[in-house]
Design a protein around this ligand. Structure first.
Ligand SMILES: Nc1ncnc2c1ncn2[C@@H]1O[C@H](COP(=O)(O)OP(=O)(O)OP(=O)(O)O)[C@@H](O)[C@H]1O
Ligand SMILES: [Mg+2]
Length: 391
């Protein structure tokens, strides 16, 4: 009878052990608690990585571990889907296999000297079906985390959506700039054809009226003269606004005189001292590039006037293998990340449209500014082929 009881107990323990083994094999348990003579002891299992594996497999990012020479030791299913290859083919192959020659050259030093703080690069992943996917790769060394053999960990993020949004934003900004330009042209025409004409007519009639006043009405004559002076100033101001709105000066005079006129007008009107270092260019730039430089200067000077509280401004135009325009002020400066082109939400369009104009003509736009240390706007625009010169 006792034997039958022992047998039943043994069977029950065997069943329990089998169940534990099954759970360990399938990764359902991370640790086993064994009660022994020294009390309960916890044994963690290799399968403790199971939870992390589940996490990594369920990620929407590709996750990989590589050897120092970029052989893939481990990749998750998501990465296999990104490169449209079976996981078995991905593991054991070289990560370089999924990159263009240029991206391979960029990533090589980052893999060789993977920085502890990690680094990020943007690449195009080449998939098995010949398609390319924009991706961001975060690289981190793993050695010190105790991974045997694996030295580098990568997280690959699909940037297709982000790129699409960026492209849409760029197209939208370009459209805004185009509409702004067209609208300015329309307003300039209205100002020139209507307001200026009317003001001139009023001025002429006013002068005629003043002449009819008797010589003895001295006080009235003085008042009339003052008023016609004010009217004259208003005509000048309206013409200045119209000129700024429609850069016909670019067509009439060319880029350098147009920039010079803008600078002179700014210094005279605002009283801020302005030094212009501007050499005549050896060739004319495409109309769009000239308009971009002209508008960027106008917008930059507008910002100096509105925000900088500067005492001195330097504008420098140079021709090398590209055209460089730099506008530097000694004003209060600002944090471009918080208030500039990268700021989120509502805000001005000035810096955004300057960047868009430069980018649209194949150029580069940089802002260097910090609080209390002034601001420098730099635009680099490539010269059209045939217009390059050493000066
Ligand atoms: N030269 C400068 N000195 C100090 N702050 C500046 C300068 N240029 C720009 N800023 C700061 O950056 C912000 C963004 O400038 P941006 O030209 O984009 O917009 P805005 O001038 O405010 O409006 P908008 O140009 O559309 O009339 C400004 O509000 C200002 O705080
Ligand atoms: Mg502005």
């Amino acid at each position: 009878m006792a034997r039958a009881g022992e047998l039943a107990e043994l069977r029950a323990r065997l069943a329990e052990t089998e169940e534990t083994l099954r759970a360990i094999r399938s990764g359902d348990v991370d640790a086993v608690v064994v009660t022994g003579k020294q009390g309960p002891q916890v044994f963690t299992l290799q399968g403790a990585e199971h939870a992390y594996r589940m996490l990594i497999e369920s990620m929407n990012e590709g996750a990989l571990t590589l050897t120092a020479d970029a052989v893939i030791l481990y990749a998750n299913q998501c990465f296999a889907r990104m490169v449209k290859r079976p996981l078995e083919q991905v593991m054991g192959s070289s990560f370089r296999h999924f990159l263009s020659a240029a991206d391979r050259a960029t990533i090589r030093p980052l893999l060789k000297r993977a920085d502890k703080s990690g680094s990020k690069i943007q690449v195009f992943l080449h998939a098995g079906d010949g398609s390319k996917m924009p991706a961001q790769i975060s690289i981190r060394p793993l050695e010190e985390n105790g991974f045997n053999g694996a030295t580098i960990g990568l997280v690959v993020t699909d940037m297709t959506e982000a790129r699409r949004n960026e492209d849409m934003l760029r197209a939208l900004t370009h459209r805004v700039v185009q509409v702004q330009e067209a609208e300015r042209g329309r307003v300039a025409l209205e100002l020139h054809d209507n307001i200026t004409q009317h003001l001139c007519a009023v001025l002429t009639r006013w002068a005629a009226l003043a002449n009819k006043l008797p010589a003895r009405a001295k006080a009235s004559r003085g008042e009339v003269m003052k008023l016609s002076q004010m009217l004259g100033q208003t005509v000048d101001e309206v013409q200045r606004i119209a000129r700024n709105l429609r850069p016909s000066v670019l067509d009439e005079l060319g880029l350098v005189p147009a920039l010079r006129a803008t600078c002179t007008e700014f210094a005279q009107r605002t009283g801020v001292s302005l030094k212009l270092a501007c050499k005549r260019l050896t060739a004319r730039l495409p109309a769009e590039a000239e308009l971009a430089l002209y508008r960027i200067l106008q917008k930059a000077l507008e910002n100096v006037e509105k925000h900088a509280r500067a005492r001195h401004v330097t504008v420098c135009l140079r021709q090398r293998t590209f055209i460089q325009l730099a506008i530097k002020d000694d004003g209060i400066g600002f944090d471009p990340d918080r208030h500039g082109v990268k700021r989120k939400g509502r805000g001005g369009l000035g810096l955004l449209s300057m960047r868009e104009r430069a980018t649209y003509v194949g150029g580069d736009f940089k802002i260097k500014s910090s609080r209390g240390a002034g601001t420098e706007i730099e635009v680099l625009i490539p010269l059209p082929p045939g217009a390059r010169s050493a000066n």
